[in-house]
Ligand binder design. Sequence first.
Ligand code: UDP
Length: 236
Amino acid sequence: MQKGDLLYEGKAKRVYLTDDPTLYIVEYKDTATAFDGLKKEELTNKGVLNNSIAALFFLMLQGAGVPTHFIKKLNEREMLVKALQIIPMEVIVRNIAAGSLSKRLGLAEGAPLACTVLEFNLKNDELHDPMLNHYHIQALGLATPQEVARMEELALRINDLLRPFLEKRDIILVDFKLEFGRSQGEIFLGDEISPDTCRFWDAGSGEKLDKDRFRRDLGGVTDAYAEVLRRLQEVK
Ligand code: UDP
């Protein structure tokens, strides 16, 4: 398998073609961004950490029957994935109030939610990723009702798998973002699961182990990511 041309460069990753049209290579960059790309910094080793963390999450989910794009880790920064046609929506899963939900609904950060909350956002930095309801998704032709139902089912199943997996490692899964894509008529989990795309709080101290350390200038960003990787690698 040969690495081909750059297909797409995002804020945190690059996607390359391969000589097999059904496969892409994803390279994790050290760039950290927040606030739709307004805040930007290079954090040495972040890409290496996120590649390993995402690979471990994908393996766990795949083992539990969740269809993901992950095929294998190739090296420190790269993974081989199934080529998907990405649906340009973010699927957000929330277990505890934080971030934009706290702001929008006036909830204290850390406030419990009586049920898991799912949200859809349009992936569009210029528009600040506006929230979508089911009507918007149909009106914009982003995904069929069947695809939306499948993404909801998978997002909830992923939450049910990740929560206890992380709890065993003394990490509370506050919220996270997923992206899905199509391949041969089926929906697969794409993108990444990492401290860039999740809120992880230490179960004991409540300390943030995720990108909020970068967003809020708390320092120790990559140390926190390394701590997440260390806990994931612990045999439990
Ligand atoms: N998130 C993400 N990318 C985005 C927006 C959100 O990965 O473009 C993740 C974020 O890290 C958090 C969850 O989705 O784990 C919910 O984010 P929220 O809506 O609170 O937005 P933010 O605080 O990033 O504005």
